[in-house]
Design a protein around this ligand. Structure first.
Ligand code: AQP
Length: 346
């Protein structure tokens, strides 16, 4: 049956991009798929300590991402919710994939270039190998579908390349041990709908991001109604009113972003937003957008606050989820060991 895997890094404030591109879509998949949703704490430490906040910050963010999953309606009994570092197989398979992926493949990853910035010599080797760990996260469950924002598409293509190369390099052993033609499925991205890529409120050419130094560039899931309204009011726009047709948004990145956010929050198309607001000034559209954002986000923020007030409960959700995740991942990892020729206890 189709299996979904996705993850979010515990690296600080979750924002509207994380919600509309990822977390907000996760719950919808639980009726049709087996879903595994991970808090990828091993990924978080690929960046500077100041980004993930040190041990206290990491624990707090891990609980906060878990709370966001639960607040977004993901059922932790029907699905699996856990933090990555509790399931050792992620690290084990990532090492194998470090030996499958090629330097040339990783050299093409744009996220590394963006996150490493100018000081590439000083980036961690973990940040460089990040996509190999991400491939391991997905493939250690033989997941077939991965709901992510558009920014992760390139990493997913790399995961497919890694799965394909492993299947190919060990084709004889895979067949010989009765695993059939391929050991790993080639996972497919699920990138759907409006606002799969939410842009910064201050610069329509950059994605909304946790690590942007300007808090005005993003709407955090924990922002209150005043903060949301203020950030939308101060969002950068051009001076023209909204166009009367969607194609009039071309070349107007900031306007397009706000229309896309409205569409995604309302669960309608950009066309429907323009049908309602075409010709309107931003002084009319922005307050409507702020009201909608508050209406959609306030209940999630409230539920996250309620859940994080009881860290013991959240930690138990993660421990239980990790036990169930391990039960799937370990046999897959045992197969990898047998295929490669690592001797293990039987
Ligand atoms: N701006 C965005 N629009 C749509 N989707 C987005 N995602 C992130 N930013 C946007 C999606 O959120 C999921 C989790 O992302 P992550 O926390 O694992 O890491 P990230 O992609 O590096 O996200 P951030 O928030 O922008 O963090 P920093 O600042 O560290 O780079 C993913 O599915 C991602 O696609």
């Amino acid at each position: 049956s189709p299996r979904v895997f996705s993850g979010v890094q515990p690296t600080g404030n979750l924002h509207l991009g994380n919600y509309l591109g990822a977390i907000g879509r996760f719950a919808a998949l639980q009726s049709t798929h087996d879903c595994i949703y991970c808090v990828v704490d091993l990924h978080a430490i690929t960046q500077a300590r100041s980004v993930w906040g040190g041990p206290e910050g990491l624990r707090e963010s891990t609980r906060s991402v878990t709370a966001a999953y639960l607040a977004a309606g993901i059922d932790p009994v029907k699905n699996i919710i856990f933090n990555q570092s509790q399931v050792e197989a992620h690290s084990e398979l990532a090492w194998v994939f470090n030996c499958i992926a090629r330097m040339g493949w990783l050299n093409r990853m744009t996220q590394f270039k963006e996150k490493a910035g100018k000081d590439r010599e000083n980036a961690s080797t973990g940040l460089f190998a990040y996509p190999n760990l991400m491939a391991a996260d997905i493939l250690v469950y033989k997941a077939t579908h991965v709901p992510v924002g558009e920014d992760q598409k390139q990493h997913l293509e790399l995961a497919r390349d890694i799965a394909g190369k492993f299947n190919n390099d060990f084709a004889d052993e895979i067949a010989g041990q009765g695993f059939g033609e391929a050991y790993f499925p080639l996972p497919e991205p699920l990138i759907q709908g409006e606002a799969a890529r939410v842009m910064s409120l201050k610069d329509g050419s950059k994605k909304m991001s946790k690590s942007d130094p300007s808090d005005l560039s993003r709407i955090n899931l924990t922002d209150d109604a005043d903060a949301i309204a203020q950030k939308i009011r101060r969002a950068r726009t051009d001076p023209e009113p909204l166009p009367s047709e969607v194609k009039g948004l071309e070349g107007r990145a900031e306007a397009d972003n706000l229309v896309g956010i409205y569409a995604a929050l309302a669960g309608i198309s950009r066309e429907a937003v323009i049908a309602e607001f075409g010709g309107a000034q931003f002084s009319t559209f922005k307050p409507a957008l702020a009201d909608l954002a508050v209406q959609k986000l306030a209940p999630i923020a409230g539920e996250m606050r309620r859940l994080t007030a009881d860290p013991g409960h959240i930690d138990q959700v993660l421990v239980d989820g990790a036990d169930r995740a391990r039960a799937i991942a370990e046999p897959v990892m045992d197969g990898v060991k047998d295929i490669i020729g690592f001797i293990r206890k039987r």
